[in-house]
Write a protein that binds this ligand. Structure first.
Ligand code: FDP
Length: 322
């Protein structure tokens, strides 16, 4: 099996980007170890703090965030970072070539139940002529990403990553401490009979999404003429991983639960990197209004509607909005 560096060189990834990716992955190996320690590591449960978005921070969230922040800012490759757990961007090396957005531990509610969680990251080139402390550097659309990926801390620790030449799967091999390529150019089937959505929000969705899901649930007695199965891990990394492995549609649609917050998932470190991975695997990633990666961001913690996965099923879902 191919190791990470030769696999990236095969895709013509520049050496400084390979070095940055390896820096990110060094942190994920430590997180993987700490996650596997569970109760023994003393890091389960919540801190007394909330992040900028009013969410209770888990101890492991905070540790993972500090780890990423330190390792990236000390690397010399990174001009600035932005994280789900930071109020605004944090400046790094003035002449750093890249900026990195990340969610250090996605699926926080799964931490304490020994279930799937993961780290999501997105890398852009740092714009020239801007100060390292200027958060506006992060206002770049997803189609300018040079790399995106996630590390899933599951029964095995898996890296799923793209640098724009396909989406590839790697597994952390603990015998030598590195990631090995296990599947190149993953392809999402265009059709599916599986959907992922938080059904408890059903009454808050807009009418088109209510109609679409009702038709899926009607199965072979409804207009779709076939049965659908529902899967919901409640960690985007887990749900998207399933979609990449065997197809499906994942959506976190607009809802009216909180008037001031119609969307749940964050553009910069959730929707954009997952969209890059999904599109590179032949899938589709949109809001009900257009391609996610074409959105021009207005702020680091911006939230968006997300509909992604098997191409034909996403198109079917969108047809309900027309
Ligand atoms: P979490 O808040 O547990 O970190 O945006 C993060 C996320 O998990 C996603 O990974 C997941 O799909 C979603 O939120 C689940 O949120 P709800 O339980 O509110 O539906």
């Amino acid at each position: 099996m191919q190791r990470l560096s030769p696999a990236l060189r095969q895709d013509n990834v520049p050496l400084d980007l390979i070095a940055l990716i390896k820096t990110i992955l060094a942190a994920t190996k430590e997180i993987s170890f700490r996650v596997s320690q569970g109760h023994l590591g003393g890091l389960l449960g919540s801190t007394l703090d909330e992040n900028i978005q009013g969410e209770v921070q888990k101890k492991l969230d905070v540790v993972a965030n500090e780890l990423f922040k330190d390792i990236l800012l000390e690397s010399g490759f990174v001009k600035a970072i932005s994280s789900e757990e930071e109020d605004t961007s944090v400046a790094g090396e003035e002449y750093g070539k890249y900026i990195v957005s990340f969610d250090p531990l996605d699926g926080s509610s799964n931490i304490d139940i020994n279930s799937l969680i993961g780290t999501i990251f997105s890398i852009h080139k740092a714009p020239e002529g801007m100060d390292a402390s200027d958060p506006d550097m992060f206002k770049q659309s997803g189609n300018k990403q040079v790399c995106a990926g996630y590390v899933l801390y599951g029964p095995s620790t898996m890296l799923v990553m793209t640098t724009g030449s396909g989406t590839h799967f790697y597994v952390l091999d603990r015998t030598h401490g590195g990631y090995l390529l296990v599947q190149r150019n993953v392809q999402i089937p265009a059709d599916t009979q599986e959907f992922a959505i938080n059904m408890s929000n059903q009454r808050f969705w807009q009418r088109p999404m209510q109609n679409y899901i009702n038709d899926l649930i009607a199965g072979d007695t409804g207009p779709r003429g076939k049965n659908f199965n529902m899967r919901w891990i409640a960690a985007m990394v887990g749900d998207i991983h399933r979609v990449l492995c065997r197809g499906g549609i994942f959506t976190y649609p607009a809802d009216s639960k909180k008037a001031e917050q119609p969307y749940k998932l964050r553009l910069m470190y959730e929707a954009n990197p997952m969209s890059f991975l999904i599109e590179q695997a032949g899938g589709t990633a949109v809001t009900s209004e257009g391609r996610i990666m074409d959105i021009e961001p207005t702020s680091i913690h911006q939230r968006v509607e997300v509909i992604m996965g098997s191409k034909n099923e996403v198109e079917k879902c969108l047809s309900y909005y027309k």
